[in-house]
Design a protein around this ligand. Structure first.
Ligand SMILES: CC(C)(Nc1nc(-c2c[nH]c3ncc(Cl)cc23)ncc1F)C(=O)NCC(F)(F)F
Length: 295
């Protein structure tokens, strides 16, 4: 369904500030102000840098992906803005004022409760459950790619690496190793470039670890894995070292003061055999039960 704002006119998009660099493009905070009186809505505008034609195709796919997703726990698509005579285009999304989840949790680490973190975790599960019903695989689930709408609502964002599953297969095989960050990837992604809803579940376990580490950079997944690999990484690539460690049943250690039941939920997500991993609907029920028990 096209919202009333599917087409944004560039002349009414007023630049406010730079938000960050995403997959193939930077994202800016703008006000869409056709009345010119600063009463327009704030929007996040992802500009495509048309440096490669492949990026244009991928960008069109990202726009297509986001425009068909309607879920309270997924960042809302607002529309597109064609500029410079339809040579370049921008993706217009809702602006979430509290920023990305990793920054929010770190900033509020002294007064964010276990219950609130579990609430965020259950919302991410519901967003992922919805994504699964649309046969999408996110492939880049990480705290940096979750946005905070307010103190009790988070949304999944950044669908730049998202793929739609083929009609006849429950996994998506990448032709060559992608650009997903290694330390959030399941073993079958590292070994066979196989991505599925079950590899998104593995990444969700890593997001739980980030959350309960308060997104503290000294405990982030990359640093903990590199510590385990050891600095003297011989010829074998980091990805091979990581795959071997996971095959030998090494996993990220429990974050300091992490509730045991939360750590065992992470371990369930990190089951080596992807068929044995829980589904997002199972996970959201387990997390919601934890929220009730935590009263
Ligand atoms: C590349 C970009 C801009 N980075 C950031 N966005 C926002 C940020 C803050 N509020 C936002 N509202 C909407 C959007 Cl799309 C981004 C933001 N805040 C900080 C960022 F580094 C981004 O897209 N990150 C992925 C996301 F966090 F969105 F999953």
């Amino acid at each position: 369904s096209t919202s009333q704002h599917d087409q944004f006119e560039e002349r009414y998009l007023c630049y406010i500030s730079h938000l960050g660099k995403g997959n193939f493009g930077c994202v800016e905070l703008c006000r869409y102000d056709p009345l010119g009186d600063n009463t327009g809505e704030l929007v996040a505008v992802k500009k495509l840098q048309p440096n490669k034609v492949s990026n244009l195709e991928d960008f069109h796919k990202e726009v297509k992906t986001l425009s068909v997703l309607h879920c309270d726990y997924i960042v809302k698509y607002r529309g597109v803005c064609y500029s410079a005579g339809r040579l370049s285009m921008s993706l217009v999304m809702e602006y979430l004022p509290y920023g990305s989840l990793n920054g929010y949790v770190w900033t509020n680490r002294h007064n964010i409760t276990t219950r609130r973190m579990l609430l965020f975790a259950s919302q991410i599960c519901k967003g992922m459950e919805y994504l699964q019903t649309q046969r999408y695989v996110h492939r880049d689930l990480a705290a940096r790619n979750i946005l905070v709408a307010n103190d009790s609502l988070v949304k999944i964002a950044d669908f730049g690496l998202t793929k739609v599953l083929p009609f006849d297969k429950e996994y998506y095989r990448l032709s060559q190793p992608g650009q997903s960050p290694l330390f959030w990837l399941a073993p079958e992604c590292l070994n066979e470039n196989k991505f599925s809803n079950k590899s998104d579940v593995w990444s969700f376990g890593i997001v739980l670890h980030e959350l309960f580490s308060y997104c503290d950079n000294s405990f982030n997944p990359k640093r903990l894995c590199l510590q385990e690999i050891g600095q003297n990484v011989q010829g074998t690539s980091i990805s091979m070292h990581l795959a071997n460690m996971l095959a030998n049943n090494w996993r990220l250690p429990a974050p300091p003061n992490c509730p045991p039941k939360v750590y065992s939920l992470m371990k369930e997500c990190w089951t080596y055999d992807f068929d044995q991993r829980p589904t997002f609907s199972h996970l959201s029920k387990k997390v919601e039960n934890m929220i009730q028990d935590d009263r």
